[in-house]
Design a protein. Structure first.
Length: 538
């Protein structure tokens, strides 16, 4: 081994070697040189080409040094030697990816390649040995090579394998199969993988589930053990097998009288009756047909707005209450109202104050058995407790706190809960339901506010209960039910809105987040009064 002292100005940089590893701070090297001089030689060729030691050379030069101590290597330089010299270097993820790719380059695929003894070279074993035996076997090695050569922009999968311990198999499966499906169907999971929202294993699973759900059925849509949606008249729900006396809560927004025409395929539809009395009677007849699916503890919430003619209110909510109370075997319990923070007037020329409320008619099957959870809306100064998640550990062993963050859909729910002032007044903004318009450009003519069902579901059901919307429309109730860990059953006559509703159910199922829901539960349930969301008969 030959060691020389060489002038820095005589050294020759090899860009391929210089740029192989990521730039790292050199302040410590500068200070070390100033205090102790050069303690570790660099490696150069006989032509003074730098093979290893670029950071040391830069540090010495910045510290005012003119020469370096160098070991002269007597063979042709290559990246493999640079990697050997840097075996114990602190490397970034990108450095490690470059090294792995270089190993595959060092041992290219060669049919029938043999060593000097005439024995066939085992390429996979050589690569595995060079990578510290972290990956073994020809199948895994070949899959790893495919991933390295076909990775997403930014080396998302390679970084996941190195930094997060992702398995090679699911990463390979994503590139060869699932990514193609995701791009063809436009599900968007590839972007969520890039954004770090999901792991590659999660994305593979979600794409498989979505692919199964994407098979459009003419009459039935199912998310196993989560949701069932039917393209049919809601009165036929009572004829579905295994639905008898299973529904814990109905929340539905019925067609308003004399306001809109919905795409149901019917010439004459609910809400288009000649008189408001005929309309109220038809609504009552529908709920008579739904009685068999209700449990004794079930609640029924009917959302309806007022209708105006020539600026005069027609008393529709009160008329509906009268007819349902008279003809249906449900007990009228109370009414709640929901207040639109930014109300919009109906299309009419008569001047009058804009009504900012709609009515929630509340019925029960049995007043003594009806389910009811007392909600304790947050007051000023009260914040939900968020427990710490896993702690990050730095290289020096120092632990830093890492708090759980509430996921996006639940953040909206949190904001909604903080708006509530009085338990029987639900305040919620209206406007475009962006989830619906992401699914369909035309949307729905009377889309329910995405926050309206939240308070009702939390108050009148427990987790895993079955929530039904017989007039599902775009199925906002179903989506929120799944996000709050309830099950959903729904019916919708319009095929267009039915398809939108199915997509909303998929979104609700994908959005479910256990930790975020626990935070919501802590906000609204007073554990001193209710243990595990226990039921109170009111």
């Amino acid at each position: 081994m030959k060691i020389e002292t060489v002038k820095i100005e005589d050294l020759i940089e090899i860009p391929e070697f210089r740029d192989f590893y990521s730039l790292q701070p050199i302040e410590e090297l500068i200070q070390s040189y100033k205090l102790h001089g050069q303690t570790t030689p660099i490696h150069i060729t006989e032509k003074y080409e730098i093979v290893d030691g670029y950071r040391r050379v830069t540090a010495i030069k910045m510290a005012g040094g003119k020469t370096v101590i160098a070991i002269i290597i007597d063979s042709e330089p290559d990246i493999q030697k640079r990697m050997v010299f840097n075996q114990y270097r602190q490397k970034t993820t990108q450095d490690q990816i470059r090294e792995i790719r270089e190993v595959f380059t060092i041992y290219p695929k060669r049919q029938g390649q043999k060593n000097p003894d005439g024995e066939r070279l085992d390429r996979d074993q050589l690569i595995s040995n060079s990578l510290g035996n972290k990956w073994k076997g020809d199948v895994i090695i070949n899959k790893l090579e495919y991933i390295l050569n076909n990775d997403l922009e930014g080396d998302v999968l390679s970084k996941g394998i190195i930094e997060k311990g992702w398995k090679v198999d699911p990463s390979y499966e994503f590139l060869k199969d699932k990514m193609i499906i995701d791009q063809e169907k436009g599900y968007g999971f590839t972007q969520q993988l890039v954004d770090g929202t999901f792991t590659v294993a999660d994305v593979n699973k979600l794409i498989s589930q979505r692919q199964q759900l994407d098979i459009k059925h003419d009459y039935t849509f199912v998310i196993p053990e989560k949701a069932n949606s039917y393209h049919m008249d809601c009165i036929d729900l009572a004829n579905i097998d295994n639905l008898d006396k299973t529904v814990d809560l109905i929340i539905t927004s019925i067609p308003y009288w004399d306001l809109r025409t919905y795409k149901t395929g019917q010439i004459r539809q609910l809400g288009q009756e000649e008189t408001k009395e005929e309309y109220a009677m038809n609504v009552a007849k529908i709920f008579i047909q739904l009685i068999p699916i209700l449990k004794e503890s079930a609640n029924v919430i009917i959302n309806v707005g007022e209708t105006y003619r020539n600026g005069v209110a027609q008393g529709i909510p009160f008329l509906l209450k009268e007819y349902i109370d008279k003809y249906v075997t449900l007990f009228y319990k109370d009414n709640m109202i929901w207040s639109k923070i930014n109300p919009r007037p109906q299309s009419e020329d008569v001047k009058r104050p804009v009504n900012s409320i709609e009515y929630l008619l509340w019925f029960v099957v049995d007043p003594k058995k009806s389910k009811y959870n007392l909600l304790t809306f947050p007051v000023e100064g009260k914040q939900p407790k968020v427990t710490n998640g896993a702690k990050d550990v730095a290289s020096n062993g120092k632990q830093s706190k890492k708090s759980k963050s509430i996921s996006k859909p639940y953040g909206k729910i949190t904001s909604h809960i903080y708006e509530q002032d009085i338990w029987n007044i639900i305040k919620t903004s209206i406007g475009k339901n962006h989830d619906i318009f992401k699914i369909s450009e035309t949307g729905h003519p009377a889309a329910m506010s995405p926050m309206l069902p939240v308070t009702l579901i939390l108050m009148l059901s427990d987790e895993t209960d079955l929530v039904c919307d017989p007039f599902a429309g775009s199925n906002v109730v179903g989506k929120i039910s799944l996000e709050l860990n309830r099950r959903s059953v729904s019916a919708e006559l319009s095929k267009e809105y039915y398809d939108i509703g199915c997509e909303m159910l998929i979104k609700g199922n994908e959005n479910f987040d256990r930790e975020s829901l626990d935070i919501i539960n802590e906000m609204v349930y007073d554990n001193s009064l209710l243990s595990n969301n226990s039921r109170i008969a009111a």
